[in-house]
Structures are given as structure tokens and as C-alpha cells.
Design a protein around this ligand. Structure first.
Ligand SMILES: Nc1ncnc2c1ncn2[C@@H]1O[C@H](COP(=O)(O)OP(=O)(O)O)[C@@H](O)[C@H]1O
Ligand SMILES: [Mg+2]
Length: 337
């Protein structure tokens, strides 16, 4: 449903994208993961026909994004990074407007708007100006408007940035429901967790280049999973704690600050094992937490991997079981600071 071939884009002397390629099939969710400035929005704009590439070609739903832009536009939905709702119009009229623009008659537009208001839990607020909506409601309205035309392909550019955890979870559910109906989704995010929740496949972008390509599980396997961090009541118990954890089959890290115990774990269930081991050893703790890897950890791990992998210069950092061929890009240079 989406095929990008060596897409590059420059703005003056800034190269926003430096040859990105991938293909995704119907009903798949691809997540573009990257920090600010990585090139995510530029890629989405190109695929959604809002911006021509400087070089390279792309097809969406079978049509060329430059030569057949109108055909592409009829088959896609786009939710931009900055919510595109008309604040003066109420929620319902925002959706009716989009439906009318897409060619629905008055009654049809109204029907579609009401369906979507219901699906996005906005019925109660339908008559209020969108300008009075909370951040989460605006995002939902924005997402609803990208669903109006029943798109085959949905582009979501950082759909949950700035949302509270509850709104974020609600939005994920809406996307999942859409995917279950066969919609193909390309989503950008700065959150590894979001990719984990939704994506079949992840492409990590760094300075406009693909620096990793694979599944979230593959990416996380490379990061060594999560970490349990415990704060001891008495720092003098650090050795006793480390001994107890080793006896429990765990591998606490050494060289942490006074009284802090750090234990890399594969699964969140290991949190209980850490607690039990410390408790049995009579080591008191004031605080314990499970830290999930973040996008920063991904970049760091990829940078380390690339540095220790100097022999394969010119290759994209391959994840185990990587989809498609490695692309000739220098991963080290591509790693964001
Ligand atoms: N219209 C534009 N004019 C000039 N530079 C741009 C423009 N759009 C994006 N850029 C630059 O391209 C790079 C990638 O930007 P963008 O695609 O917005 O990244 P992301 O969405 O990952 O944060 C950045 O360096 C950004 O400053
Ligand atoms: Mg962006």
C-alpha cells in the first residue's frame, strides 16, 4: 500500500531526507520513530502528496504521489502534527465540512459526522465550538476528520504528542480498531512505547536516514529490555543486595551511585523477583521502579553498535531478521546527538 524508493528531500542546503526506502502492505502499521528534526513530517508530507520529493519516487495505494496525486489523495487520511480543526466551528460542523469537501451530500455528510462523533466519544461535545475543546478532544476530532473518507491509508504524524496517558490510550484503541478493518497506517512518533503498542514494523530515522528497520521486539532485544531500579534504605547493604539478586539468577549492574541497585530484566514480571530477592535477604528499599527503554536508548544502542561495527561501514544497522535489503547509508553519521 505504500512503497517509497530512495526518497530524498532538501530545503536549501538542509537535507531533510537522504534516501529512505520501504514497502508496507495492506493492514500493516509502520512506525517512523525519530527525534525532532529526524525527517518524519517531511516524509509524511511527501507520501501524502503535500510536498514533492527532491529525488526518488513513492506509490501510495498503487498511485504515484507526484504524477497521480489526486488519486492518492482520494484514498488517504492525514492527521498532521498540529491539529487542523476549525476552532470557530463546532465539532459536528468540522466533520460535516470535511465530508462535504470529499463530495458527500448534506444528509450523508451529517450521517458520517454523527457516526464518527460517536466512535470518538465526542457526541456530547458535538455542538460546542472546537476552540473550547481540551487537547485530547481536539486530537480526537482531528483524527475523526481524517477518517471521514474511509481512507485505505492513514498517515498519523505524532498523533499523541502532548496528550495525557488516558487520551493517548484512547487514541491507540481507535487506531487499532481501524487497522482491524484493514486500513494501512503510517504513524510517526518520538515514543518507543507508542511504536510498541501499535507497530508491526519500525523504521528509526536519524537525520533523514534509516538507521534501523525491523520489529519493535527486535529493536528491544537489542536494547536488552527493561531495567529495575531500586533505592536501598541503607547504602551499606549494596553488597548484600547484589548477592541476593545474583542468587535469584539476576545480574545487577555494578558501579551505580550509592544505594542504587540497577537490574536489567527481560520482562516486567521480573520486578516481583527483584522485590522477593531483596525482601528475603532483609534488604530494605525506599523506592523501586521499572524503566522501559526510550528512544534515546535506541539511538545510543545503535550508535554503540555502529561504532563497534566499523567493518560494515556504509550499511544500515541491521536488526536480526531485518525486512528487505540493507541500504547503503552510514549509520554512525546518521545517529542523532
Ligand atoms: N519547510 C521547510 N523549510 C526548511 N527546512 C525544513 C522545512 N521542513 C522541514 N525542514 C527541516 O528538515 C528537517 C526535518 O524536519 P521534519 O521532517 O519536520 O522532522 P521531524 O518531523 O522528524 O521533526 C529539519 O532539519 C527541519 O528543520
Ligand atoms: Mg514532525
Amino acid at each position: 500500500m505504500i512503497e517509497a524508493m530512495e526518497i530524498s528531500r532538501s530545503f536549501g542546503s538542509t537535507q531533510a531526507l537522504g534516501g529512505v526506502s520501504f514497502r508496507i502492505g495492506k493492514g500493516e502499521v509502520l512506525c517512523l520513530l525519530g527525534h525532532n528534526g529526524a525527517g518524519k513530517s517531511t516524509l509524511v508530507s511527501i507520501l501524502a502528496t503535500a510536498l514533492p520529493p527532491t529525488s526518488g519516487t513513492a506509490r501510495v495505494a498503487g498511485y504515484d504521489v507526484v504524477r497521480e496525486a489526486r488519486e492518492v489523495r482520494r484514498r488517504i487520511g492525514l492527521t498532521g502534527q498540529f491539529a487542523a480543526v476549525d476552532e470557530g466551528l463546532n465539532g459536528r460542523d468540522n466533520l460535516v465540512l470535511v465530508a462535504r469537501l470529499l463530495g458527500a451530500d448534506r444528509a450523508g455528510a451529517r450521517r458520517r459526522a454523527d457516526e464518527l462523533l460517536e466512535a470518538f466519544s465526542l457526541t456530547a461535545a458535538a455542538g460546542r465550538p472546537a476552540g473550547t475543546y481540551s487537547g485530547g478532544m481536539r486530537r480526537r476530532l482531528d483524527l475523526a476528520s481524517s477518517f471521514v473518507g474511509d481512507p485505505q491509508v492513514l498517515f498519523l504524524d505524532e498523533p499523541t504528542t502532548g496528550l495525557d496517558p488516558v487520551s493517548r490510550g484512547a487514541l491507540w484503541d481507535l487506531v487499532r480498531a481501524r487497522v482491524a478493518e484493514g486500513t494501512t497506517v503510517l504513524l510517526t512518533t518520538q515514543y518507543l512505547e507508542e511504536a510498541e503498542q501499535l507497530a508491526d514494523r519500525v523504521i528509526v530515522l536519524g537525520q533523514g536516514r534509516t538507521i534501523a528497520d525491523g520489529t519493535v521486539a527486535e529493536l528491544k532485544a537489542r536494547l536488552g529490555g527493561s531495567c529495575v531500579r531500586a533505592q536501598l534504605i541503607d547504602p551499606a547493604h549494596a553488597d548484600a543486595a547484589a548477592g541476593a539478586l545474583r542468587r535469584a539468577g539476576l545480574e545487577p549492574r555494578t558501579g551505580e551511585p550509592d544505594g542504587t541497585v540497577l537490574v536489567p530484566v527481560r520482562a516486567s514480571a521480573a520486578l516481583a523477583r527483584v522485590v522477593r530477592a531483596l525482601d528475603e535477604a532483609g534488604v530494605g528499599i525506599t523506592e523501586i521502579s521499572l524503566t522501559e527503554p526510550t528512544l534515546d536508548d535506541v539511538y545510543l544502542a545503535l550508535a554503540e553498535q555502529t561504532a563497534s561495527d566499523a567493518a560494515v561501514s556504509g550499511a544500515v544497522v541491521p536488526l536480526p531478521g531485518v525486512h528487505g535489503p540493507a541500504r547503503h547509508r552510514d549509520g554512525r553519521e546518521a545517529v542523532a546527538p
